[in-house]
Design a protein around this ligand. Structure first.
Ligand code: A3P
Length: 345
């Protein structure tokens, strides 16, 4: 064989060999991709036909930032969609309870394609200065959303602040109100732990929980201590019931939201009259965090900040028992009013 023919043959082998290797690599990649985790519900299937069907596929991306800056996109089809974005007053408010799991609830509801959250606590109704700025100021604090979506904000101070029920009623008497509660003694200790951490950060000393929660003179529960008062859920709810019927409230079990969030979220979806869209795929347990974290899609997932899920200090068991006895009758009343019973001691 002539050297020229040999070179031609070598070239042919090289081309055919590369083609064979390329095809093989393609096949391996293709089969591999089939094995990869697929979203249980695709973005399309997360959208209901109508009116939610009009929500664009990229809603989730908008919800994570772009929606707040619609001016960035121009001249495209997307802009047509973005121009329909509006800042809506909340359709539902998580009014409390502080340390009940309000942030987790808001973030988890935000997994729903029809829900848009106000990221910050707005403190419109509990802060006189903010309230004096008027309802347009409040609206401007809301995220952009499509008209078919619902906006939710959370400010746990609302639940315990005297003036708030009347103020919310004046804005929207048919608004939906979400209250997330935890076993009252645990909630009080969680509340204390948050304050304690704040003091420690400033190198300040702070009393022990036992000293604050029990009146040294009477040896009874100190009802002047805010962390105790906040846990008397029925007292606060009764003030709200002067303005809103009980049907306008939905009580969320914050203890269950920690260990098994999906059923609690499904109850909220029903209450908000939303199609069920949050699935187990959206929630995964993170052993390092010791909590459920959120999965929006194959690429985007997140856990709550480290300030959520603090380790509580040990509290003297007799003090815990005393507090539990103290809360018991208030809890009974709370169950009676709300129609939701918990296994609290
Ligand atoms: P602890 O810090 O006592 O554990 P809030 O957001 O109202 O301040 O509530 C904080 C509480 O949310 C935390 O209280 C934590 O237990 C609870 N929580 C519920 N689900 C959570 C989650 N997925 N990740 C982190 N914390 C969660």
């Amino acid at each position: 064989m002539l050297p020229a023919q040999q070179a031609l043959l070598r070239q042919k082998f090289l081309v055919l060999g590369s083609l064979a290797i390329g095809s093989l690599l393609y096949l391996v990649a293709r089969v591999g991709s089939l094995d990869r985790l697929q979203p249980i519900c695709s973005v399309e299937s997360r959208l209901a036909p109508r009116p939610l069907g009009q929500i664009l596929l990229r809603t989730l991306q908008y919800k994570r930032g772009l929606a707040h800056e619609p001016h960035r996109v121009n001249g495209t089809q997307e802009q047509v969609g973005l121009q329909r974005l509006v800042q809506q007053l909340p359709h539902a408010i998580i009014i409390g309870v502080r340390k009940g799991g309000t942030r987790a609830l808001l973030e988890m509801l935000n997994l729903h394609p029809a829900v848009v959250k106000a990221s910050q606590e707005i403190h419109f109704f509990d802060n006189d200065q903010n309230y004096a700025r008027g309802v347009d100021w409040y609206r401007q604090k809301m995220p952009f959303s499509f008209p078919q979506q619902i906006t939710i904000e959370k400010s746990p101070a609302y639940f315990i602040t005297e003036e708030v029920p009347e103020r919310i009623f004046k804005m929207n008497s048919s608004i939906k109100l979400l209250v997330i509660v935890r076993e009252p003694t645990t909630r009080a200790i969680s509340d204390y732990t948050q304050v304690l951490e704040g003091k420690e950060r400033k190198n300040k000393t702070y009393h022990k929980f036992e000293k604050l929660a029990i009146d040294a003179n009477t040896c009874e529960v100190n009802t002047k201590y805010k962390a105790v008062r906040t846990s008397i859920y029925t007292k606060h709810l009764e003030r709200w019931l002067k303005y809103f019927p009980v049907e306008q409230f939905h009580i969320v079990d914050g203890d269950r939201l920690i260990v098994d969030p999906l059923p609690e979220l499904q109850l909220v979806e029903q209450f908000l009259e939303l199609p069920s869209r949050i699935s187990q795929y959206n929630l995964y347990y993170n052993a390092t965090r010791g909590f459920y974290c959120l999965r929006f899609n194959v690429v985007f997932s997140k856990c709550l900040a480290g300030s959520k899920g603090r380790i509580h200090p040990d509290v003297d068991p007799p003090v815990v028992a005393k507090l539990q006895r103290f809360f018991h009758p208030f809890n009974q009343k709370f169950y009676q009013i709300t129609g939701r019973t918990f296994n609290w001691p």
